[in-house]
Design a protein around this ligand. Structure first.
Ligand SMILES: *Cc1c(COP(=O)(O)O)cnc(C)c1O
Length: 421
């Protein structure tokens, strides 16, 4: 599908009058529409809730928008829990899916009344010791082996650190019941960034059958099944987009085929989507500040991999539009780079684009999840601002850019000043 920016050059220039590039910008209208589409696709399930994966885009303004649309939040750390608390999101609106969990993180999740998802059978005595067992508790499943669909290998759970085996799930449920747990959840995350409508239904089939077995073996009441994240986005123009209505319908069919006949038609479906919720609704806006011609053509931006790590880290594709040149011929081939002293700091390699001039505004697509949040300070680079494009077309700064003072804030300079006296 053709990839279109949600921002025009004119709008970008207006924002740049008070917020210089680089910045990440998010499209409020599209975010609300996305949340409504996900809720609609699963509206057949009475207890359905999407718990947005906070790690994808930990910004309280965006979390608030999603919460207004009926979403809860999925956290994995103490600070993410604090963010929820600050937004007034507590209790069963939080799913806590952590691993290698520190004591204070577990205690904070318990204190907030979150649904806690235990990553391992050894976390049963751990939670007993550090806070106690809540009435509703979830366990994370890992089926091992390879996860394939048809003849396509999707991912390798047998090689992943998360979750527990089926026997351990049984053991954990029994222990938790003895400790007073009354209602149970099942969680699994088996493949990331899938672009097939079949992933969730396939996963749902596996988890629904597991739920029936767990209920038979332990008598536990299964309250919810959390399909977690993994619905991907079409980063490339030639990729198909996922169809959330088809995905919801595929999960419904598995539900009717497996859970309803087992007398488990009251199970709530949860999701923990991050990428699918926000990736397409954010963009990194940067300015071309240099160009060079050596053995290849390079255009250099005022943004770098510290603002968007995915291309450097995974070789990930992010589509690029030169704002204002949407209809010009793509007759140049560029490497689009940032200024880190690392040769993998390239947003694009051998990308066919229109002729780029210094001062052009570059729009990097699909940075709304795992974009800003994976930022870092290598080379003394500072994290950018985050901007919200509001529904009425105005814009709002929802996180200022870092300054050198932020970068230095964790040093104590006093011993150095002492020497100067
Ligand atoms: C990262 C993560 C998610 C979100 O994954 P996406 O690919 O962004 O949908 C959901 N649940 C857990 C436990 C995660 O670690």
């Amino acid at each position: 599908m053709e990839k279109k920016p949600f921002l025009t050059l004119e709008q970008a220039r207006e924002i740049m009058q008070d917020i210089p590039t680089p910045f990440h910008i998010y499209d409020e209208k599209a975010i609300r529409e996305k949340a409504r589409a996900v809720n609609k696709a699963f509206s057949w399930n009475k207890g359905f809730k999407e718990y947005f994966a906070v790690k994808a885009t930990p910004n309280p303004y965006l979390m608030q928008i999603l919460h207004e649309e009926g979403c809860g939040m999925d956290c994995s750390s103490y600070t993410e829990l604090l963010l929820c608390e600050a937004c007034g999101i507590t209790g069963s609106d939080i799913m806590f899916s952590s691993n290698v969990t520190p004591v204070e993180d577990m205690q904070k999740a318990y204190q907030l009344g979150a649904y806690i998802n235990l990553d391992d059978v050894t976390h049963v005595p751990f939670i007993e010791k550090v806070c106690g067992v809540p009435e509703t508790i979830c366990c994370r499943f890992n089926p091992g082996g390879l996860f394939s669909m048809g003849n396509q290998i999707m991912d390798n759970p047998g090689d992943s650190k998360y979750g527990m085996t089926e026997d351990q799930m049984v053991e954990a449920y029994k222990k938790l019941m003895a400790d007073g747990a009354k209602e149970f959840g099942i969680h699994a995350f088996l493949a990331s960034n899938t672009v097939t409508n079949g992933y969730y239904p396939e996963l749902a089939g596996i988890l629904f059958r597991l739920a029936v077995r767990l209920h038979e073996k332990t008598g536990a009441h299964i309250k919810f099944i959390n399909l977690s994240g993994g619905i991907g986005v079409d980063y490339r123009p030639d990729q198909p987009a996922n169809d959330i209505m088809a995905i919801g319908e595929g999960v419904r069919q598995q539900f009717e085929a497996i859970l309803t006949p087992a007398g488990m038609g009251d199970v709530a479906i949860f999701t923990e989507l991050g990428r699918y919720m926000l990736a397409p609704h954010g963009a990194l806006v940067a300015t071309c500040i240099h160009q060079k011609h050596i053995y290849k053509e390079y255009v250099g931006l005022d943004a770098c991999a510290a603002n968007l790590m995915r291309p450097a880290m995974y070789g990930a594709y992010h589509h690029i539009t030169v704002l204002g040149k949407e209809n010009e011929m793509c007759d140049h081939v560029y490497d689009v780079t940032g200024g880190l002293c690392e040769n993998n700091d390239k947003f694009a390699v051998n990308r066919v684009l229109p002729k780029i001039d210094i001062g052009d505004v570059i729009y990097i697509h699909d940075t709304g999840a795992h974009g800003f949040s994976m930022g870092y300070n290598y080379n003394g680079k500072l994290r950018s601002a985050e901007v919200l494009l509001c529904e009425d077309g105005s814009h709002k700064l929802i996180r200022r850019a870092e300054t050198p003072a932020d970068y230095f804030a964790t040093f104590d300079f006093s011993p150095f000043w002492e020497k100067l006296k």
